[in-house]
Write a protein that binds this ligand. Sequence first.
Ligand code: LRH
Ligand code: MN
Ligand code: MN
Length: 426
Amino acid sequence: MKLNAEILNEQNRRFIKTHEPEYHFLADKLEKRGVDIKQIIEKVQELQVAIPSWALGAGGTRFGRFSYQGEPASLEDKISDVGLIHALTNTAGAISLHIPWDVPGDVKAIKELAASLGIEFDAVNSNTFQDQPNMKKSYRFGSLCNTDSAVRELAIQHNLEVIDIGKKLGSKSLTVWLADGSNFPGQHNFQEALQNTQDSLQHIYKSMPDDWKLFVEYKPYEPNFYSTVIQDWGTSLMLAEACGDRAYTLIDLGHHLPNTNIEQIVATLMMKGKLGGFHFNDSKYGDDDLTVGSVKPYSLFLIWNELVYGMENNSNNPIPAWMIDASHNIKDPLEDLLQSLEAIQIAYVQALLVDQNGLREAQRQQDVTLSQEILQDAFRTDVRPLIREARLLSNAALEPLLTYRALNLRGQLIKERGSYTVASGL
Ligand code: LRH
Ligand code: MN
Ligand code: MN
């Protein structure tokens, strides 16, 4: 199923009368303050966030999974779902694949389908946290860190296969997230596990094409509950530095212990030019993978504030590869993603509105109150009319969620795919 400009225009006509005065009111107000509205709208139009293939079906927990009707059953279905979200928002122009959940059959056909929907292939993700059928050895006690060199070799070879698949599709980066760790004190020799991981990653890094990047993702716990080899940004940075210039740290918002100051981690990594990838989600307790901005929108804004500062001041840092890493088993996955995309855009635009010169001056004057006021003034601005205008100018939907519902897109997917298809992967 495909959306076209005609269908979207017709939907937009329903909202335009409300949108126009709201947009002009906000634009006038901001312009009086010296904000360059045109530039902000262009930045919103440019921001593209990859959708992970595993977020398109209903997620699950170790206690069960409630499938959602009309879920994608194949990679083609997943790409066409991303196409729908992209047509509605003009913000989801990429998909991130997890191998072997998404091994493409007919590469040419897959590439053509993606291109026809304006979708690019973002980072490919390797999976050494699950055993695959017919494996000679098991990842039960770890993959790249394993004390058994034959297991390490198996995991390295898997990563090289993932790179090969990515090359065929046009991806330019590999994300490595390892579940490797231990469940009980004494199980691991920490130093040996870290050394093995470093050696294995260096091998993978050396096998990547020259124009590829390696993203090393960290996570403090889960599925292992005593120690994780790449537990934090410091360990990830150390490993990235040991690999080389094109190896970077990847931040996943859910991969921190409660109350960690993530915005400070962003600033530190960007200062060093080492923030390469970024996974958005939200959480209350752990790696909850909740809809972006659903629990801690102010934190999200503060994080974006550092990202914007870094993008403007750290030319040594590449623009991070943005991805949503949220999945939920209660909501319609596509509605969930539309909400996440909007939350990302809102926090981004709010961060763009921060009066950077005023803030620097307040900081120099040690004016703590004014510094806080400047940040909160930006955060408390309702920027949604600006985002709607950016979508309108991109021929996308003024109101993606309402349009999705009005067109009964889920109903159409159910008609096409049946009631109880089951997505592969998590
Ligand atoms: C690990 C993680 C990682 C991916 C995804 C499936 O928790 O965030 O980025 O492998 O989940
Ligand atoms: Mn992640
Ligand atoms: Mn995660």
